[in-house]
Design a protein around this ligand. Structure first.
Ligand SMILES: Nc1ncnc2c1ncn2[C@@H]1O[C@H](COP(=O)(O)OP(=O)(O)OP(=O)(O)O)[C@@H](O)[C@H]1O
Length: 259
């Protein structure tokens, strides 16, 4: 069953059509990659789904509910979380604090009860800290809980971003170039983590990624964009042998190079 549906989604910036008539049906529980050359419209598509931009044309629905004309925080409230191409952690805060900030929208205490430090508030805070710690365990960062985000190696900062996104209890998780700047060892850990969180948190995951080994390994479905248009979609075998995708993006040596 498809959870997220896009029909004819189009976005123009001045004379440039960054996303052009894109259709997609993302299955619940799947891992889908969006690939394509630089400037193909991948991040713009993420921004359209997460409400940062409004499409000029087309429809976007999550479980049948339209996401058009909703603010990013409303869309987050429907269960969509994301990470960004450029890491957006609070650098001076600890790993644990970064996750607690991510949870903030899910805490219920009123301002007055927070100021009075009522037992109900303390209980909620304890539970939040416990849950945040569990999320750090999930991404393999429990031992770094009191470390400031800025002191974590790059690969760990990216995993912390994923933990923070998970703190909002999403149904759909968007990852924008999660392996960017990672070394092969960090990428391997990340690959396993993405599959693990999909399974453990019952997520639907959509990622933009240029690391084709990672993409081919974890994706059930791949959508290829070029100049804003969807030029192909299919499973990794279909995509790696698609002449149009090889021409526009993968290059002729892709299959030979083990993709
Ligand atoms: N806010 C904006 N204003 C004007 N043009 C924009 C804006 N955002 C993106 N674009 C343009 O839209 C096109 C698609 O950009 P986008 O960032 O979506 O591509 P991408 O596939 O994510 O690229 P990359 O792989 O380099 O991240 C590009 O030509 C880009 O310059």
């Amino acid at each position: 069953m498809s959870l997220l549906e896009l029909k004819g989604v189009t976005k123009q910036f001045g004379g440039l059509t960054a996303v052009n008539q894109v259709d997609a049906a993302i299955k619940q529980g799947s891992i889908t990659a969006i690939i394509g050359p630089n400037g193909a419209g991948k991040t713009t598509l993420f921004n359209l789904i997460t409400g940062i931009y409004k499409p000029d044309k087309g429809s976007i629905t999550l479980a049948g509910t339209s996401l058009l004309n909703r603010k990013p925080n409303q869309i987050a409230g429907y269960g969509i979380a994301r990470t960004f191409q450029n890491i957006r952690l609070f650098k001076e805060m600890t790993a644990l604090e970064n996750i607690l900030v991510g949870m903030h929208t899910h805490l219920h205490s009123s301002l007055i009860s927070t100021l009075l430090r009522l037992p109900s508030v303390r209980k909620e805070e304890d539970n939040a800290a416990r849950h945040a710690y569990q999320l750090l365990q999930t991404v393999g960062l429990a031992e770094k809980c009191n470390e400031q985000a800025k002191n974590l190696p790059y690969g760990e900062q990216r995993r912390l971003e994923i933990a923070r996104a998970l703190a909002t209890k999403p149904k759909v998780l968007f990852l924008d170039e999660p392996a960017a700047g990672m070394n092969p060892k960090e990428t391997k850990v990340l690959t396993e983590l993405i599959i693990q969180v999909r399974d453990d948190f019952d997520l639907t995951i959509i990622l933009i990624e240029h690391d084709m080994k990672l993409v081919m390994k974890i994706s059930e479905e791949i959508i290829v964009l070029d100049y804003g248009q969807k030029i192909a979609s299919g499973n990794p075998d279909e995509i790696r042998t698609n002449p149009r995708v090889i021409e526009a993006y993968l290059g002729k040596g892709a299959v030979r190079n083990g993709l």
